[in-house]
Design a protein around this ligand. Structure first.
Ligand code: 13P
Length: 252
């Protein structure tokens, strides 16, 4: 069975005190779950989050990293720096990185390489914009985002890759892909991987959905056969909502 994952992407929210308070709320509610649970606080709070969640089943992950090992890249953070504070998984390719920081498929391919060289797991994000969907170009866009950044990898490398389909029009907008739209795209993604790598890789790759997942819609979205979890933004900033979403898996 594929790994099921619910990951909270905190984005640029929560200073140190707020991070500690939210983690303390999370710890009060920790319970066993069918899904792996992760949170991605901002860089400055990764270490304290890691320390606070040591020996729990909540993994602390990063929102981004640079591809170089070290050097003259002012303001950047490398894979080995993340690993040195306990981080084993990194989100790459989030649409906000693509849109506001000009991250291209080519750059992301380099970041993917660097993460794999450091034995990190990757949650690789992609998704179409509203105009792409309106012009019926969403499948082409998603296919090219995956191919350009990931199809140079060996089959073996795919055991470290988790995919996250995040339609840009659904992020932070309160608008969610319908369960049918999510399933349709996730099935297409799996078929695309199958065509290149075969069914073993395709059937063992977890594909998460992201974009306005809330307690009210999580169960319906997660009940789709090709949806293996969620990447949660706004609702992950509240412990109760985050756990309600995690618990939606109990019902899958
Ligand atoms: P929202 O859940 O706030 O729409 O954000 C989704 C997201 O971007 C997760 O990475």
């Amino acid at each position: 069975m594929r790994t099921q994952i619910v990951a909270g992407n905190w984005k640029m929210n929560n200073d140190l005190a707020q991070t500690q308070a939210l983690i303390s709320d999370l710890k009060k509610q920790i319970q066993t779950s069918n899904a792996e649970v992760m949170i991605a606080p901002t860089f400055t709070n990764l270490y304290s989050a890691f320390e606070a969640l040591r020996n729990t089943n909540i993994e602390v992950i990063a929102q981004n990293m640079h591809f170089a090992k070290n050097g003259a890249y002012t303001g950047e953070i490398s894979a080995c720096m993340l690993k040195s504070v306990g981080v084993e998984t990194v989100i790459l390719g989030h649409s906000e990185r693509r849109a506001y920081f000009n991250e291209t498929d080519e750059l992301l391919a380099q970041k993917v390489e660097a993460a794999l060289e450091n034995n990190m797991r990757i949650i690789f994000c992609f998704g179409e914009e509203l105009a792409d969907r309106k012009s019926d170009n969403h499948f082409n866009i998603v296919e090219s985002q995956i191919k350009n950044a990931l199809f140079h990898l060996s089959s073996d490398a795919w055991s470290s890759i988790v995919l996250a389909y995040e339609p840009v029009w659904a992020i932070g907008t309160g608008e969610t892909a319908s369960p049918e739209q999510a399933q349709e795209m996730h099935a297409f993604i799996r078929k695309t991987i199958d065509a290149k790598y075969g069914s073993d890789v395709a059937n063992s790759t977890s594909i998460l959905y992201g974009g306005s997942v809330k307690p009210v819609n999580a169960k319906e979205i997660f009940s789709n056969p090709d949806v293996d979890g969620g990447l949660i933004g706004g609702a992950a900033l509240n412990a109760e909502d985050f756990f309600a979403i995690i618990n939606a898996f109990g019902e899958k």
